[in-house]
Design a protein around this ligand. Structure first.
Ligand code: URA
Length: 250
């Protein structure tokens, strides 16, 4: 179109690109090189606090399925990047005893269930010794199992302080929704995170604490027992303690 226009002008005898009247370009108002700033009130940038968001999302979950969905949707886990599956829980959700472990390992990550590897098999044997099992239909004889971390951490590393702070609201809501009579805090990471203590597990194991309005018993982790078989004696004493406590509760 522009070319046709030019050709027509050439045909009509146009041979110079000038206007009818001269233009004094120095007298022209200088054009701003940049667009004038637009006066819009600056947007209010609200910083998202991951811990407050964890509290809000956990509190909004009305049941265990809702909590699992909230965990899957929580956007601040870098942890999930290397994990295959979200590992939420296993066992009887109405069990009197809820066990809170540390984090899924390789097998748990593959199957999407907590405590299914070697440590998990020992855990099953430990509870079988006091006549309890994860898939027992009677809540009095069943156990319900979860972890502090729902994702397998890279190189099975411990959760950082920030990650623990993000995890706590979800675990506390998990306890509230499952509403067990007793809690077992399996190992150092679970006990330290939930009791917010720096005391070592060998010091606090077997001593009742309170968490989320119910008795909580820190115990040695089965993975630790696999590495230190001599410590099974203490674990057995703790299991008997747990059994005795259950008898005293309504
Ligand atoms: N160790 C844990 O603490 N949790 C698991 O699920 C497996 C191993």
């Amino acid at each position: 179109m522009a070319r046709a226009c030019l050709e027509w002008q050439v045909e009509m005898g146009v041979d110079e690109a000038i206007c009818d009247a001269p233009v004094n370009r120095y007298a022209l108002e200088a054009k701003p090189s940049k667009p004038a700033p637009v006066s819009i009130a600056p947007a209010v940038m609200e910083a998202v606090d991951p811990v407050s968001e964890a509290h809000a999302m956990a509190a909004a979950a009305e049941d265990l399925a809702g909590l699992e969905t909230a965990l899957a949707a929580y956007p601040h886990w870098d942890l999930r990047l290397g994990a295959r599956n979200l590992v939420f829980a296993d066992g009887h959700p109405e069990a009197r005893v809820m066990i809170i472990g540390e984090a899924p390992g390789r097998e748990e990550d593959m199957k999407g269930k907590p405590f299914v590897g070697e440590a998990g098999q020992l855990l099953d044997r430990m509870f079988a010794a006091i006549a309890m099992q994860r898939d027992h239909p009677d809540p009095a004889k069943a156990i319900y199992i979860t972890n502090i971390l729902p994702w397998r951490p890279p190189q099975n590393r411990d959760p950082s302080a920030e990650e623990r702070a993000m995890l706590r609201p979800f675990v506390l809501r998990h306890i509230e929704l499952a509403d067990p009579d007793l809690l077992v805090l399996m190992g150092r990471v679970s006990s330290a995170t939930l009791l917010e203590t720096s005391e070592g597990i060998t010091r606090i194991r077997g001593k009742w604490r309170e968490l989320a309005g119910r008795p909580a018993l820190p115990m040695l982790h089965p993975a630790y027992l696999l590495r230190n078989p001599a410590a099974k004696r203490e674990a057995w004493a703790d299991l008997l303690e747990l059994q005795a406590k259950l008898r005293t509760l309504p």
